[in-house]
Design a protein around this ligand. Sequence first.
Ligand code: ZN
Ligand code: ZN
Length: 443
Amino acid sequence: MKAWLDHVGVAVRDIGEALAFYRDALGLEVEGTEDVASQRIRAHFVRTGDSALELLEGTAADSPITKYVEKRGPGLHHVTLRVEDISAALTQLKSRAVRLIDEQPRPGAEGALVAFIHPSAAHGVLVELKQAPTATPKREPGAPTFMAPNVEAQRVQRFTCGDFELVSLYDGFLRLDGGSMFGVVPRTRWSARVPSDDGHRILLAMRPLLVRGEKTVLIDGGLGDKEDERFHDIYGVERGRHLDHALAEADIAPEDVDIVIATHLHFDHAGGFTRRNASGAVTPRFPRARYVVRRAEWDDATHPHEWNKASYLADNFVPLAEAGLLDVVEDDQVITRGVRVERTAGHTAGHQSVWIESGRQRAVFVGDLIPTVAHLPEPWIMSYDLYPVDTRASKKRLLSAVEATDALVFFEHDPSIAAARLRVHEGKRIATPEPSNPEPLNP
Ligand SMILES: [Zn+2]
Ligand SMILES: [Zn+2]
């Protein structure tokens, strides 16, 4: 593991008095104060080259810093090491039986992920690991600022549907023009419901779904890692935590996946189906899986025209056919017991949704038919849809089936809601986010 000294935390009794030394006597550069309400602390960062000192003052009697100062007096409190991949770091430490305070990373200040190692393991030092919020796409000065990604959309979320465990995964974020995402809906209306950055772009998650039953089924694969910086810049891609992290969190190896189902083959859904190996060759990412693609979608993707060619990148799906892993299906059908595809055309001619059915329980993964909760009203349709009239008909039909069965709906692009139940109230569809299970179904 590679690590860099990020900062050293110093517990103080009074930040004002501490500044008299660090800022005034030493003459160091001090950043603005930050109140971390959940920890009941106030912090000042003091820059020292590439790392920093963090002055910490407790703001309440039960603050961990107040208690620390009472017990031991002011002084060194913790050391923070920045790592590239905090989940990988924690896995490595666990495999060496290192005592941890946090088994899983948790959100820290400014979009970072953090976890503490127990001082008894680190010879008396409280060590914090930190993964900086990644790689926001590069921006020119004066270019629009970006909204920060949602921390919950960077953790797997587990749900139950009868005998199935449904694990909502993640592959980072895209940012697309809000106008394009809501078609004929005027900006005054969509911007009142959906936050946008000052370039009018909205944040979209990419959330493939893992279905665990007799077979392990993956629905869609996110963007994947074959695209370059320019591509990431155009689409505002941010993949600090991506499908590899999500699969590790779900305890799934690529070889464990039996079936991959594509709602359609656009790059933000099929990019993760393949990967480029060290020698530059593109190969299927799930080597044992059958990849299920609808005939109409396969034909469109392999014969793109001017309107859709930017969305279909051959490296995402042609290698599947070359490797003999492709299953082209003609009609609506059961793919494996309890998992069924239904054509929901409009976004593309061959777009399909996936139903999961067990006993009386139902769930449905709707792909780009209803990409976010904001797209529930029938006229809220993306301008990207090639056949918007069909989208509207598909949406109507699917939503009435959802209402008849009280199905749990999975929203692939929603930045904050992975799955929701729907009900109609005074003519409007209300989505109630479904709480995720705290533990795996069959640990
Ligand atoms: Zn699409
Ligand atoms: Zn999409």
